[in-house]
Write a protein that binds this ligand. Structure first.
Ligand code: HEM
Length: 415
Protein backbone atom coordinates (compact mmCIF):
# COMPACT_ATOMS: atom_id res chain seq x y z
CA UNK A 1 0.00 0.00 0.00
CA UNK A 2 1.21 3.52 -0.76
CA UNK A 3 2.01 5.67 2.28
CA UNK A 4 0.86 9.04 0.81
CA UNK A 5 -2.40 10.26 2.42
CA UNK A 6 -4.77 10.86 -0.49
CA UNK A 7 -6.31 13.92 1.19
CA UNK A 8 -2.99 15.77 0.90
CA UNK A 9 -2.86 15.54 -2.92
CA UNK A 10 -2.68 19.02 -4.50
CA UNK A 11 -2.86 18.72 -8.27
CA UNK A 12 -1.36 22.20 -8.84
CA UNK A 13 1.58 21.75 -6.51
CA UNK A 14 5.12 21.95 -7.91
CA UNK A 15 6.10 18.91 -5.81
CA UNK A 16 3.24 16.92 -7.34
CA UNK A 17 4.22 18.05 -10.84
CA UNK A 18 7.83 16.94 -10.32
CA UNK A 19 6.92 13.54 -8.91
CA UNK A 20 3.19 12.70 -9.17
CA UNK A 21 3.68 8.92 -9.11
CA UNK A 22 3.40 8.17 -5.34
CA UNK A 23 0.21 10.28 -5.07
CA UNK A 24 -1.31 8.65 -8.16
CA UNK A 25 -0.49 5.20 -6.77
CA UNK A 26 -2.11 6.12 -3.44
CA UNK A 27 -5.27 7.26 -5.23
CA UNK A 28 -5.46 4.10 -7.36
CA UNK A 29 -4.93 1.86 -4.35
CA UNK A 30 -6.93 3.61 -1.65
CA UNK A 31 -9.58 5.82 -3.24
CA UNK A 32 -9.85 5.31 -7.01
CA UNK A 33 -12.92 7.55 -7.17
CA UNK A 34 -12.26 10.49 -4.89
CA UNK A 35 -13.89 13.91 -4.57
CA UNK A 36 -11.22 16.63 -4.68
CA UNK A 37 -12.18 19.65 -2.56
CA UNK A 38 -9.63 21.93 -4.29
CA UNK A 39 -11.14 21.58 -7.75
CA UNK A 40 -14.66 20.29 -7.10
CA UNK A 41 -13.89 17.34 -9.41
CA UNK A 42 -14.12 13.58 -8.89
CA UNK A 43 -10.66 12.08 -9.46
CA UNK A 44 -10.77 8.81 -11.41
CA UNK A 45 -7.35 7.15 -11.31
CA UNK A 46 -7.61 3.49 -12.40
CA UNK A 47 -6.99 2.46 -16.00
CA UNK A 48 -10.10 0.27 -16.34
CA UNK A 49 -12.46 2.95 -14.97
CA UNK A 50 -11.04 5.67 -17.23
CA UNK A 51 -11.15 3.39 -20.27
CA UNK A 52 -14.79 2.42 -19.62
CA UNK A 53 -15.76 6.09 -19.16
CA UNK A 54 -14.06 7.18 -22.40
CA UNK A 55 -15.88 4.41 -24.27
CA UNK A 56 -19.32 5.35 -22.88
CA UNK A 57 -20.30 8.74 -24.35
CA UNK A 58 -23.97 8.26 -23.43
CA UNK A 59 -23.35 8.24 -19.67
CA UNK A 60 -20.20 10.38 -19.61
CA UNK A 61 -20.41 13.61 -21.61
CA UNK A 62 -17.45 15.72 -22.77
CA UNK A 63 -19.29 19.04 -22.30
CA UNK A 64 -17.00 20.31 -19.49
CA UNK A 65 -13.72 19.32 -21.24
CA UNK A 66 -12.43 22.85 -21.78
CA UNK A 67 -14.31 24.82 -19.11
CA UNK A 68 -12.32 26.99 -16.72
CA UNK A 69 -11.73 25.20 -13.43
CA UNK A 70 -12.86 27.90 -11.04
CA UNK A 71 -15.14 30.90 -11.36
CA UNK A 72 -13.56 33.97 -12.92
CA UNK A 73 -13.58 37.32 -11.12
CA UNK A 74 -15.84 40.11 -12.42
CA UNK A 75 -12.88 42.10 -13.92
CA UNK A 76 -11.77 38.94 -15.78
CA UNK A 77 -15.30 38.31 -17.08
CA UNK A 78 -15.44 41.93 -18.29
CA UNK A 79 -12.18 41.53 -20.23
CA UNK A 80 -13.48 38.37 -21.91
CA UNK A 81 -16.94 39.83 -22.58
CA UNK A 82 -15.40 42.79 -24.42
CA UNK A 83 -14.25 40.46 -27.21
CA UNK A 84 -17.36 38.23 -26.93
CA UNK A 85 -15.11 35.37 -25.83
CA UNK A 86 -17.10 32.18 -26.35
CA UNK A 87 -16.11 28.53 -26.76
CA UNK A 88 -19.31 26.83 -27.98
CA UNK A 89 -19.50 23.06 -28.47
CA UNK A 90 -17.30 22.11 -31.42
CA UNK A 91 -14.73 19.32 -30.90
CA UNK A 92 -13.43 18.12 -27.53
CA UNK A 93 -16.35 19.67 -25.59
CA UNK A 94 -19.09 18.57 -27.98
CA UNK A 95 -21.38 15.68 -27.00
CA UNK A 96 -24.08 16.75 -29.47
CA UNK A 97 -24.84 15.51 -32.99
CA UNK A 98 -22.77 18.31 -34.55
CA UNK A 99 -19.52 16.72 -33.29
CA UNK A 100 -19.23 14.17 -36.13
CA UNK A 101 -19.21 16.90 -38.79
CA UNK A 102 -16.47 18.92 -37.07
CA UNK A 103 -14.48 15.75 -36.57
CA UNK A 104 -14.66 14.91 -40.28
CA UNK A 105 -12.85 18.19 -41.02
CA UNK A 106 -10.05 17.11 -38.66
CA UNK A 107 -9.86 13.63 -40.17
CA UNK A 108 -9.50 15.07 -43.66
CA UNK A 109 -6.64 17.31 -42.55
CA UNK A 110 -4.76 14.89 -40.30
CA UNK A 111 -5.38 11.39 -41.66
CA UNK A 112 -2.49 8.93 -42.07
CA UNK A 113 -1.75 9.75 -45.77
CA UNK A 114 -1.81 13.50 -45.00
CA UNK A 115 0.61 12.98 -42.10
CA UNK A 116 2.91 10.81 -44.26
CA UNK A 117 2.87 13.45 -47.01
CA UNK A 118 3.87 16.10 -44.46
CA UNK A 119 7.16 14.39 -43.47
CA UNK A 120 9.40 16.35 -45.90
CA UNK A 121 7.86 19.64 -44.75
CA UNK A 122 8.42 18.69 -41.08
CA UNK A 123 12.02 17.70 -41.85
CA UNK A 124 12.61 21.11 -43.39
CA UNK A 125 11.09 22.88 -40.38
CA UNK A 126 13.21 20.80 -37.99
CA UNK A 127 16.37 21.50 -40.01
CA UNK A 128 15.71 25.25 -39.72
CA UNK A 129 15.02 24.95 -35.99
CA UNK A 130 18.32 23.07 -35.56
CA UNK A 131 20.16 25.85 -37.42
CA UNK A 132 18.78 28.19 -34.77
CA UNK A 133 19.85 25.83 -31.94
CA UNK A 134 23.38 25.66 -33.39
CA UNK A 135 23.54 29.45 -33.73
CA UNK A 136 22.57 29.85 -30.08
CA UNK A 137 25.05 27.21 -28.93
CA UNK A 138 27.81 28.98 -30.86
CA UNK A 139 26.87 32.41 -29.49
CA UNK A 140 25.93 31.60 -25.87
CA UNK A 141 27.37 28.14 -25.19
CA UNK A 142 23.89 26.96 -24.12
CA UNK A 143 20.44 26.70 -25.66
CA UNK A 144 17.04 26.00 -24.12
CA UNK A 145 15.37 23.31 -26.26
CA UNK A 146 12.01 23.85 -24.52
CA UNK A 147 11.66 27.39 -25.83
CA UNK A 148 13.33 26.88 -29.23
CA UNK A 149 13.15 23.51 -31.00
CA UNK A 150 10.27 22.01 -28.94
CA UNK A 151 8.20 25.18 -29.13
CA UNK A 152 8.88 26.36 -32.67
CA UNK A 153 8.60 23.12 -34.63
CA UNK A 154 4.97 22.25 -33.68
CA UNK A 155 3.91 25.89 -34.20
CA UNK A 156 5.40 26.12 -37.68
CA UNK A 157 4.11 22.67 -38.64
CA UNK A 158 0.59 23.44 -37.45
CA UNK A 159 0.44 26.78 -39.26
CA UNK A 160 1.59 25.11 -42.48
CA UNK A 161 -0.79 22.15 -42.19
CA UNK A 162 -3.73 24.44 -41.49
CA UNK A 163 -2.53 26.66 -44.35
CA UNK A 164 -2.49 29.62 -42.00
CA UNK A 165 1.09 30.83 -42.39
CA UNK A 166 0.29 33.54 -44.92
CA UNK A 167 -2.80 34.64 -42.95
CA UNK A 168 -0.87 34.95 -39.71
CA UNK A 169 0.40 38.48 -39.25
CA UNK A 170 1.83 38.01 -35.74
CA UNK A 171 5.06 36.23 -34.77
CA UNK A 172 5.42 32.90 -33.02
CA UNK A 173 6.43 34.71 -29.83
CA UNK A 174 3.04 36.43 -29.72
CA UNK A 175 1.07 33.29 -30.57
CA UNK A 176 3.02 31.39 -27.98
CA UNK A 177 2.40 34.04 -25.30
CA UNK A 178 -1.33 34.01 -26.06
CA UNK A 179 -1.44 30.20 -25.96
CA UNK A 180 0.53 29.95 -22.70
CA UNK A 181 -1.79 32.51 -21.11
CA UNK A 182 -4.88 30.64 -22.30
CA UNK A 183 -3.63 27.38 -20.79
CA UNK A 184 -2.92 28.98 -17.44
CA UNK A 185 -6.21 30.89 -17.41
CA UNK A 186 -8.34 27.80 -18.07
CA UNK A 187 -6.26 25.01 -16.47
CA UNK A 188 -4.30 26.87 -13.80
CA UNK A 189 -5.13 28.51 -10.51
CA UNK A 190 -4.40 32.19 -11.20
CA UNK A 191 -5.79 34.78 -8.82
CA UNK A 192 -6.41 38.55 -8.77
CA UNK A 193 -4.30 40.66 -11.11
CA UNK A 194 -2.62 37.60 -12.60
CA UNK A 195 -5.99 36.23 -13.70
CA UNK A 196 -6.96 39.54 -15.32
CA UNK A 197 -3.58 39.82 -17.08
CA UNK A 198 -3.97 36.31 -18.50
CA UNK A 199 -7.52 37.10 -19.60
CA UNK A 200 -6.19 40.13 -21.52
CA UNK A 201 -3.81 37.87 -23.45
CA UNK A 202 -6.53 35.27 -24.12
CA UNK A 203 -8.90 38.06 -25.22
CA UNK A 204 -6.29 39.47 -27.61
CA UNK A 205 -5.87 35.98 -29.05
CA UNK A 206 -9.62 35.55 -29.45
CA UNK A 207 -10.09 38.98 -31.05
CA UNK A 208 -7.29 38.19 -33.50
CA UNK A 209 -8.89 34.82 -34.32
CA UNK A 210 -12.29 36.42 -34.86
CA UNK A 211 -10.72 38.83 -37.36
CA UNK A 212 -8.94 35.91 -39.05
CA UNK A 213 -12.10 33.84 -39.51
CA UNK A 214 -14.03 36.92 -40.73
CA UNK A 215 -11.83 37.24 -43.83
CA UNK A 216 -13.06 35.86 -47.18
CA UNK A 217 -12.75 32.08 -47.15
CA UNK A 218 -9.76 30.49 -48.91
CA UNK A 219 -9.60 27.02 -50.53
CA UNK A 220 -12.02 24.36 -49.18
CA UNK A 221 -9.00 22.05 -48.63
CA UNK A 222 -7.73 24.35 -45.86
CA UNK A 223 -9.08 24.63 -42.31
CA UNK A 224 -10.59 28.08 -42.87
CA UNK A 225 -12.08 27.01 -46.20
CA UNK A 226 -13.57 23.87 -44.66
CA UNK A 227 -15.08 25.87 -41.80
CA UNK A 228 -16.59 28.37 -44.26
CA UNK A 229 -18.18 25.55 -46.29
CA UNK A 230 -19.31 23.54 -43.27
CA UNK A 231 -23.00 23.03 -42.47
CA UNK A 232 -24.36 22.04 -39.07
CA UNK A 233 -26.89 19.17 -38.88
CA UNK A 234 -29.75 21.75 -39.12
CA UNK A 235 -28.25 23.10 -42.37
CA UNK A 236 -27.00 26.34 -40.79
CA UNK A 237 -23.55 27.71 -41.56
CA UNK A 238 -21.06 28.21 -38.71
CA UNK A 239 -21.08 31.49 -36.81
CA UNK A 240 -17.91 33.47 -36.16
CA UNK A 241 -17.78 32.17 -32.58
CA UNK A 242 -17.84 28.54 -33.74
CA UNK A 243 -15.10 29.12 -36.33
CA UNK A 244 -12.96 31.08 -33.87
CA UNK A 245 -13.43 28.34 -31.23
CA UNK A 246 -12.22 25.62 -33.63
CA UNK A 247 -9.08 27.54 -34.66
CA UNK A 248 -8.41 28.50 -31.01
CA UNK A 249 -8.64 24.85 -29.96
CA UNK A 250 -6.54 23.65 -32.92
CA UNK A 251 -3.69 26.06 -32.29
CA UNK A 252 -3.62 25.10 -28.63
CA UNK A 253 -4.32 21.34 -29.00
CA UNK A 254 -2.09 20.93 -32.00
CA UNK A 255 0.85 22.90 -30.76
CA UNK A 256 1.11 23.17 -26.97
CA UNK A 257 0.68 19.44 -26.34
CA UNK A 258 3.32 18.53 -28.90
CA UNK A 259 5.71 21.15 -27.53
CA UNK A 260 5.26 19.69 -24.05
CA UNK A 261 5.79 16.14 -25.32
CA UNK A 262 9.00 17.14 -27.15
CA UNK A 263 10.36 18.94 -24.07
CA UNK A 264 9.76 15.85 -21.93
CA UNK A 265 11.31 13.56 -24.55
CA UNK A 266 14.46 15.66 -24.93
CA UNK A 267 14.89 15.86 -21.16
CA UNK A 268 14.42 12.13 -20.63
CA UNK A 269 16.67 11.15 -23.54
CA UNK A 270 19.47 13.45 -22.35
CA UNK A 271 19.16 12.31 -18.72
CA UNK A 272 19.46 8.62 -19.38
CA UNK A 273 23.14 7.72 -19.94
CA UNK A 274 23.86 6.68 -23.53
CA UNK A 275 20.30 7.02 -24.83
CA UNK A 276 20.83 10.19 -26.90
CA UNK A 277 23.83 8.60 -28.66
CA UNK A 278 21.86 5.38 -29.13
CA UNK A 279 19.09 7.25 -30.96
CA UNK A 280 21.75 8.91 -33.16
CA UNK A 281 23.05 5.46 -34.14
CA UNK A 282 19.71 3.61 -34.20
CA UNK A 283 16.85 5.94 -35.21
CA UNK A 284 14.33 3.07 -35.38
CA UNK A 285 14.56 2.89 -31.58
CA UNK A 286 12.86 6.29 -31.23
CA UNK A 287 9.23 5.35 -32.12
CA UNK A 288 8.60 2.61 -29.51
CA UNK A 289 10.40 4.67 -26.86
CA UNK A 290 8.11 7.63 -27.69
CA UNK A 291 5.09 5.46 -26.80
CA UNK A 292 6.61 4.69 -23.44
CA UNK A 293 7.27 8.38 -22.71
CA UNK A 294 3.66 9.12 -23.71
CA UNK A 295 2.46 6.37 -21.35
CA UNK A 296 4.54 7.32 -18.33
CA UNK A 297 4.88 11.10 -18.84
CA UNK A 298 1.95 12.27 -21.01
CA UNK A 299 1.71 16.01 -21.70
CA UNK A 300 -2.07 15.89 -21.10
CA UNK A 301 -2.18 14.41 -17.62
CA UNK A 302 -5.93 14.62 -17.07
CA UNK A 303 -9.09 15.24 -19.11
CA UNK A 304 -12.64 15.93 -18.06
CA UNK A 305 -16.07 14.38 -18.45
CA UNK A 306 -19.42 15.00 -16.74
CA UNK A 307 -21.93 12.29 -15.83
CA UNK A 308 -25.08 12.40 -17.98
CA UNK A 309 -27.12 10.29 -15.53
CA UNK A 310 -26.54 8.58 -12.14
CA UNK A 311 -23.74 6.01 -12.49
CA UNK A 312 -21.54 3.78 -10.33
CA UNK A 313 -17.75 3.82 -10.82
CA UNK A 314 -15.55 1.39 -8.83
CA UNK A 315 -18.43 0.98 -6.37
CA UNK A 316 -18.96 4.73 -5.84
CA UNK A 317 -22.37 6.13 -6.77
CA UNK A 318 -22.23 9.43 -8.63
CA UNK A 319 -25.24 11.63 -9.40
CA UNK A 320 -26.04 13.07 -12.85
CA UNK A 321 -23.97 16.21 -13.49
CA UNK A 322 -20.91 15.06 -11.48
CA UNK A 323 -17.72 16.57 -13.01
CA UNK A 324 -14.95 13.97 -13.39
CA UNK A 325 -11.21 14.32 -13.79
CA UNK A 326 -9.89 11.32 -15.71
CA UNK A 327 -6.28 10.91 -14.58
CA UNK A 328 -4.70 9.80 -17.86
CA UNK A 329 -1.18 9.96 -16.42
CA UNK A 330 -2.22 7.65 -13.59
CA UNK A 331 -3.70 5.12 -16.02
CA UNK A 332 -0.33 4.87 -17.78
CA UNK A 333 1.29 3.87 -14.49
CA UNK A 334 -1.41 1.41 -13.41
CA UNK A 335 0.41 -1.86 -12.55
CA UNK A 336 -2.79 -3.81 -13.28
CA UNK A 337 -2.15 -3.08 -16.97
CA UNK A 338 1.55 -2.18 -17.31
CA UNK A 339 4.09 -4.41 -15.53
CA UNK A 340 6.79 -2.46 -13.72
CA UNK A 341 5.27 0.86 -14.90
CA UNK A 342 8.21 3.01 -13.73
CA UNK A 343 10.48 1.41 -16.33
CA UNK A 344 10.35 2.58 -19.94
CA UNK A 345 10.23 -0.74 -21.82
CA UNK A 346 9.78 0.05 -25.53
CA UNK A 347 9.25 -3.60 -26.33
CA UNK A 348 6.46 -4.34 -23.85
CA UNK A 349 3.63 -6.19 -25.61
CA UNK A 350 0.96 -3.54 -24.87
CA UNK A 351 3.13 -0.50 -25.64
CA UNK A 352 0.31 1.30 -27.49
CA UNK A 353 -2.43 0.53 -24.95
CA UNK A 354 -1.95 3.79 -23.06
CA UNK A 355 -4.80 6.30 -22.93
CA UNK A 356 -2.67 9.41 -23.41
CA UNK A 357 -4.52 10.34 -26.62
CA UNK A 358 -7.93 9.51 -25.09
CA UNK A 359 -10.15 6.85 -26.63
CA UNK A 360 -13.45 6.41 -28.41
CA UNK A 361 -15.49 9.13 -30.09
CA UNK A 362 -13.21 12.00 -29.05
CA UNK A 363 -9.85 10.26 -29.36
CA UNK A 364 -7.16 12.77 -30.40
CA UNK A 365 -7.34 13.59 -34.11
CA UNK A 366 -3.68 14.59 -34.09
CA UNK A 367 -2.11 11.47 -32.55
CA UNK A 368 -0.35 10.36 -35.74
CA UNK A 369 0.91 13.86 -36.42
CA UNK A 370 2.30 14.13 -32.87
CA UNK A 371 4.02 10.75 -33.22
CA UNK A 372 5.51 11.70 -36.57
CA UNK A 373 6.81 15.04 -35.24
CA UNK A 374 8.38 13.25 -32.26
CA UNK A 375 10.11 10.82 -34.57
CA UNK A 376 11.48 13.44 -36.96
CA UNK A 377 12.63 15.78 -34.16
CA UNK A 378 14.43 13.09 -32.16
CA UNK A 379 15.92 11.40 -35.21
CA UNK A 380 17.29 14.61 -36.73
CA UNK A 381 18.39 16.27 -33.48
CA UNK A 382 20.34 13.27 -32.18
CA UNK A 383 21.94 12.72 -35.62
CA UNK A 384 23.05 16.33 -35.99
CA UNK A 385 24.04 16.97 -32.37
CA UNK A 386 25.02 13.51 -31.06
CA UNK A 387 27.26 14.89 -28.33
CA UNK A 388 24.73 17.28 -26.84
CA UNK A 389 24.43 17.12 -23.05
CA UNK A 390 22.01 18.47 -20.46
CA UNK A 391 23.31 21.51 -18.62
CA UNK A 392 23.45 21.21 -14.83
CA UNK A 393 21.87 24.68 -14.82
CA UNK A 394 18.53 23.38 -16.18
CA UNK A 395 15.82 24.61 -13.80
CA UNK A 396 13.80 21.78 -12.23
CA UNK A 397 10.46 23.67 -12.38
CA UNK A 398 7.65 22.04 -14.28
CA UNK A 399 4.58 23.41 -15.98
CA UNK A 400 2.09 22.44 -13.27
CA UNK A 401 -1.45 22.94 -14.60
CA UNK A 402 -4.45 20.73 -13.93
CA UNK A 403 -4.20 18.97 -17.30
CA UNK A 404 -0.72 19.84 -18.59
CA UNK A 405 2.71 18.85 -17.31
CA UNK A 406 6.11 19.40 -18.94
CA UNK A 407 9.59 20.73 -18.16
CA UNK A 408 9.77 24.51 -18.45
CA UNK A 409 13.43 24.41 -19.46
CA UNK A 410 15.75 21.92 -21.20
CA UNK A 411 19.11 23.68 -21.22
CA UNK A 412 21.76 21.99 -23.35
CA UNK A 413 25.48 22.41 -24.10
CA UNK A 414 27.82 20.77 -26.58
CA UNK A 415 29.55 17.71 -25.12
C1 HEM B 1 1.45 14.61 -27.82
C2 HEM B 1 0.55 15.37 -28.34
C3 HEM B 1 -0.93 15.24 -28.07
C4 HEM B 1 -1.59 14.64 -27.02
C5 HEM B 1 -0.99 13.91 -25.82
C6 HEM B 1 -3.01 14.82 -27.24
C7 HEM B 1 -4.01 14.35 -26.41
C8 HEM B 1 -5.36 14.52 -26.62
C9 HEM B 1 -6.40 14.10 -25.71
C10 HEM B 1 -6.16 13.39 -24.37
C11 HEM B 1 -7.59 14.44 -26.24
C12 HEM B 1 -8.99 14.19 -25.64
C13 HEM B 1 -9.44 12.79 -26.08
C14 HEM B 1 -10.76 12.32 -25.51
O1 HEM B 1 -11.57 13.13 -25.02
O2 HEM B 1 -10.98 11.09 -25.56
C15 HEM B 1 -7.32 15.10 -27.51
C16 HEM B 1 -8.28 15.60 -28.36
C17 HEM B 1 -8.00 16.21 -29.54
N1 HEM B 1 -6.74 16.47 -30.07
FE1 HEM B 1 -4.98 15.91 -29.32
N2 HEM B 1 -3.17 15.51 -28.42
C18 HEM B 1 -1.94 15.78 -28.95
C19 HEM B 1 -1.66 16.42 -30.14
C20 HEM B 1 -2.61 16.87 -31.02
C21 HEM B 1 -2.32 17.45 -32.30
C22 HEM B 1 -0.94 17.62 -32.92
C23 HEM B 1 -3.52 17.82 -32.83
C24 HEM B 1 -3.77 18.50 -34.14
C25 HEM B 1 -3.78 17.97 -35.24
C26 HEM B 1 -4.58 17.41 -31.90
C27 HEM B 1 -5.92 17.57 -32.11
C28 HEM B 1 -6.92 17.12 -31.26
C29 HEM B 1 -8.33 17.28 -31.54
C30 HEM B 1 -8.97 17.94 -32.75
C31 HEM B 1 -9.02 16.71 -30.45
C32 HEM B 1 -10.53 16.65 -30.23
C33 HEM B 1 -11.07 15.39 -30.88
C34 HEM B 1 -12.56 15.24 -30.73
O3 HEM B 1 -13.15 15.70 -29.75
O4 HEM B 1 -13.15 14.63 -31.63
N3 HEM B 1 -3.97 16.87 -30.81
N4 HEM B 1 -5.95 15.13 -27.72
Amino acid sequence: MSAIPVDSVDLFDQGYARDPYPAMAALRENEPVKFDENTGLWLISRYQDVRSILLDPENFLPDNAIDAIGRFSVPTLRVLARVKFDLPQTLANNGSDSHAGYRRIMTRLFNAPAVAAAVPMVEKVVAEALDDVERRLAADGVCDLATTLARDVPFRVMLRLLDLQSAVDVGIDTLSRWSDASLELFWGRPRGEREVALAREAAAFYAWLTALVSKPAPEPGTLLGALAAHRLPDGERLGLNQKAAVVYFMIIAGQMTTTQMLGTMCLRALREPGLWQRFAAEPAAVAPWTEEVLRRDPPITTWRRITGRPVTVSGVELPAGAPLLLMLASTGSDPEVFDDPGQLCPYRSNVRRHLSFGLGRHRCSGAELARMEADVVMRMTTARLPRLRLSARTAPEMLALLSFRAPLQVLVERG
